[in-house]
Structures are given as C-alpha cells and as structure tokens.
Write a protein of this length. Structure first.
Length: 349
C-alpha cells in the first residue's frame, strides 16, 4: 500500500518542492501514510506477542489456535488503534484550532511543529512498541535458553548413570551380572572347600548325601553362561549400546541447540531492523518540532523519513526469511498450488 499509493504521490512533491494534487488528496495521503507506518509497528508488536504466547504458554496457545475470530479481531484492533493515533488529528486539527498553518503548495500535518503532541504520539508509536517487542523477544530467548539448560542437565544426568544401572535394565544384562558374580564367587568357594576337606572326610554318610544334594541344587541354580568370555562379551555389547545411545542423544542436543540459536538470531535481527528504521525518524521528528526545523538538516530528515517506508518493504521479506512457518504461510497465500512441505522443514519446526 505504501509503494502503490504513498510513494508515487510523494516523489513529485520531493522533486518539485510543491504539492500539486490539492488539499483534499493531501489529507488523504497523510492519513494513509501515518496509518500504514503505525499499523506496521503495531503488527510487529502483535506478531511478537503471538510468538511470546506460543513459547511461554504453549498449551493454552494450541487450544486457541483454531480460533479465527479472535485472530481477525486482533488484526482489526491493530488498524483501528493505528488510525486513532493520528487520523482524527490530521482530519480535524485545523477545525479545532480555528485556522490552518499549512502554506499553499505544501503538504504536512498541522501538528508537524507541535512538540507536545509529537512527543506523546511517539511514545505510543515507537518507544512503547519498541520496549514491548524487546520484552517479548527477550522473554522468548530466555525461555529457549532455560529449556536448553534443562535439556543439557538431563543429557548429563543420563551420561553419569553407572554401568550397573544400565545392566539391570534388561534381562540379558541381569544374566550377565549374575555370571560375573558367580565367576567372582567360584574362587572363594574353592578355598572354603579345601579348608573343610578334612572335616568332610570324618562326617557321616547321611551328611555326605545331604551335602551332595545341596551342591547339586546350587549347581542347578548356577547360570550356564558362567565363563569369563561370555561376561566380557556381554559387557562389551552393553558398552557399545550405551555409546550408540550417547551419540544419538548428543546429535539430538546439537540439533536443538542449533535450532535455538537460529531462533535467537532471527529475533535479534527483527528487533534490530525495527530499531534502525524507526529510531532516527522518531528522534529527528521530536528535535525538529522543538526547534521548528531550524536545527535539523532537510537531507537527514528525508533520509529518516524514507527509512520508515524501507521498514515496510523489509518486514514482509524479513519474517519469511527468518522463519520457515512464515515462509509456508506466504506461499500458501500467494501460490497455494505450489505449496510443498519438505521433510526438513517439518523437522525444523
């Protein structure tokens, strides 16, 4: 809208230095221009707030995700608030003050040099939205960082589990553990047997039969896998399984950390571009109003003015560039037939 309506009317005004389209079109141009720039800022706040809810209140956000009416209401409210900030003042300022201060052949708002009004409006148009966007995005970043720390703590906890605990989780591991215990027990039993050999020789035949039955019973309970080779093989297998599990978890953690870093970087880019495009104009506008245009060069004011329109041009490209979900949404709106969800895009989200 800015490129189709505002810029084509402003270019001749800049080149010739005169507004040649009449007073009525001048007011319409001012209303549309202020409306589009302000709504652009408020939409950035709304998108940041929506993403803030999706991260910090994920369950409640998913429950309301299909509520189209609420989403439309929020977008309409953004445009209404953007119009109320400057629209009524542009239309009715000269009627309330009783006269117009705009010279013939020029086109700017009646409050152009009213420092108090511009300071109040800039608080609502730039400073408050900028602080809000920074707060929402910083909260998203801190929340991501907190979850990443929790994942790393769980990851380290898994790595610090003992080998015995790993073995006790499966039947094969238990059997392997018994084998190792029986192997260690054999030497002690042999030593005890040699010491009691003399006493066993003088014992009665009934006692010998009883001992034989007991030994047979113990022998039957003894695992058949009791040999050093099977113990070592079992331990080696479990160690290999643990290493594979650790590598898999490490890969997952690296993927999540990489994704979280990309999210944090995209948030910094969005907030940074917003600040770069809006801060110069807002500050120069307030200073210019305070000194009635005498202390600010026309070149710098024009440069800061064009930055606002550049921000409107950058935003539709910036969000799809940083987020695959926005990219798919734009493709779905503009080219529904060409929408193809790739597997790697699904993984990224």
């Amino acid at each position: 809208l800015a490129g189709a309506f505002c810029i084509p009317l402003y270019v001749p005004y800049v080149l010739t230095g005169r507004w040649i389209f009449g007073r009525s079109l001048c007011k319409l141009w001012l209303v549309v221009d202020y409306l589009l720039c302000t709504s652009s800022v408020f939409n950035i706040v709304l998108i940041s707030y929506d993403r803030f809810l999706s991260v910090t209140r994920a369950v409640a956000y998913r429950a309301q995700q299909g509520n189209t009416r609420q989403a439309v209401l929020k977008m309409v409210l953004v445009w209404v608030l953007a119009f109320l900030l400057y629209g009524p003042a542009i239309i009715s300022w000269e009627y309330i003050s009783g006269q117009s201060i705009i010279p013939t052949g020029e086109c700017y708002a009646e409050f152009f040099y009213n420092w108090y009004f511009l300071m109040t409006a800039s608080m609502l148009e730039f400073f408050t939205p900028f602080i809000s966007v920074m707060f929402f995005n910083l909260s998203i970043y801190l929340n991501i960082q907190k979850r990443t720390k929790m994942r790393l703590d769980v990851f380290h906890e898994v790595h610090n589990q003992s080998f015995t605990e790993e073995m006790e989780r499966s039947p094969e591991a238990k059997l392997s553990l018994k084998c190792c215990k029986w192997e260690q027990k054999e030497s002690a039993e042999t030593l005890d047997l040699s010491k009691s050999k003399a006493q066993a020789a003088t014992s009665s035949s009934s006692t010998d039969g009883k001992d034989l039955l007991t030994t047979s019973s113990e022998s039957s309970r003894k695992p058949k896998c009791c040999n050093k080779k099977s113990c070592k093989n079992s331990a080696s297998t479990l160690s290999s399984e643990k290493r594979v599990k650790m590598v898999s978890q490490s890969t997952t953690q690296r993927f999540r950390l990489s994704r979280d870093k990309k999210v944090a970087k995209s948030l910094a880019i969005i907030v940074g571009i917003f600040g770069i495009c809006w801060a110069p104009y807002t500050l120069l506008m307030i200073i210019r109003a305070g000194c009635h245009g005498q202390c600010i060069s026309e070149f710098w004011y024009e440069t800061s003015f064009w930055l606002l329109w550049i921000n409107s041009a950058v935003n539709p490209a910036l969000y799809p560039l940083c987020h695959s979900s926005f990219r798919r949404a734009f493709i779905k709106l503009l080219c529904p037939k060409k929408l193809k969800i790739q597997p790697h895009d699904a993984l990224q989200n």
